[in-house]
Design a protein around this ligand. Structure first.
Ligand code: SF4
Length: 316
């Protein structure tokens, strides 16, 4: 039914596809897996230039990752954000004892792997004939089929309908590239799009899908207190799901301002809230909460959140 469209897409991909991306040039499922997890919430350029190779250098195989400590893994992930990804990658490596399952349904059993990621790993590493549904593909499908309603089920139906099962690898890669290079979220380049002939949404692409109801991001007001004893600083490890395992200076909802020396203010925007915090250097060295003490050079080896890096700057 979509033969013509498939042909145009493959032709376009042959000429314009990003064939040189390192995770497309490998048969190593572990490397494909790492790239898929990194690319979940981060752009190709950032992953490629700053994170993919150093991570693989530190943990060249899945067995190495399973044997590492969570602290080391988080340290290598520092700056990439969405740290649950790193923690799940690590837990998955341990769960499967360094050997990645060879099909999508077993991949789905691992922490941090949803349906689209399982399909992507399986399609790219094992050439399993399955469509993917990442953010780029979703955008194309919404427009191609002129789907207004934001509905995951409808999208899965659509992705199977458009799928080219005879060229699963090339089709999926081409769709990802088409979404990143042509079917852009703000100004799609419909004139040069291989789907132009069949696309139901090409005249009003911005209508598909319907606009999201904008949520106002909550602000979390906190006080950060830097406790210093001799040349060491008190830090605790986050147990929250978000930022889990990262080290940080002591944070409170309230603090008696006269107990410390004001160092400055920090703001950090996260995906679902904004942190606003006044930072104080405590006059005392007694910390009520669970913490550990580190010198500055020891802190440099820990994985800290971006907010705590800002605090560190205020101190140093
Ligand atoms: S024709 Fe335009 S809206 Fe449709 S898939 Fe191509 S770039 Fe996107």
């Amino acid at each position: 039914m979509h033969n013509k469209i498939h042909h145009s897409l493959l032709q376009w991909y042959k000429i314009n596809g990003r064939h040189e991306l390192p995770w497309r040039l490998t048969n190593d499922p572990y490397k494909v897996y790492v790239s898929e997890i990194m690319l979940q919430q981060t752009q190709v350029k950032t992953v490629l230039e700053r994170f993919y190779f150093p991570f693989l250098e530190a943990f060249p195989t899945m067995e190495d990752l399973a044997r590492a400590s969570l602290d080391d893994v988080l340290k290598k992930w520092e700056g990439l954000g969405y740290y649950t990804r790193a923690k799940n990658l690590y837990l998955a490596a341990r769960k499967c004892q360094g050997i990645l399952p060879k099909n999508a349904s077993e991949l789905l059993e691992l922490p941090g792997i949803g349906r689209s990621t399982a399909h992507a790993i399986s399609a790219f590493a094992y050439k399993e004939s399955l469509p993917i549904l990442d953010a780029n593909v979703k955008r194309i499908l919404y427009r191609y089929f002129a789907i207004e309603k934001r509905d995951e089920k409808l999208l899965w139906k659509a992705t199977y309908e458009l799928f080219d099962s005879s060229h699963p690898f090339e089709y999926n890669q081409a769709m990802m590239d088409l979404g990143s290079l042509i079917c852009l979220s703000k100004k799609p380049l419909c004139d040069v799009c291989p789907f132009e002939q069949g696309c139901a949404g090409k005249f009003t692409p911005q209508q598909y899908p319907e606009a999201k109801v904008k949520k106002i991001k909550p602000i979390r007001n906190r006080i950060i207190v830097v406790y210093k004893y001799n040349d060491k600083f008190a830090l605790s490890q986050s147990k929250e799901r978000f930022l889990h395992g990262l080290w940080g200076f002591m944070k409170y909802e309230l603090f008696e301002k006269n107990e410390g020396v004001y160092l400055g203010h920090i703001t950090q925007h996260y995906s679902h809230f904004t942190l606003q915090a006044d930072v104080y250097m405590s006059k005392g060295d007694y910390v009520h909460e669970e913490c550990e003490w580190f010198t500055l050079s020891e802190i440099a080896k820990l994985s800290l959140s971006r907010a705590d890096h800002k605090v560190l700057k205020l101190i140093t």
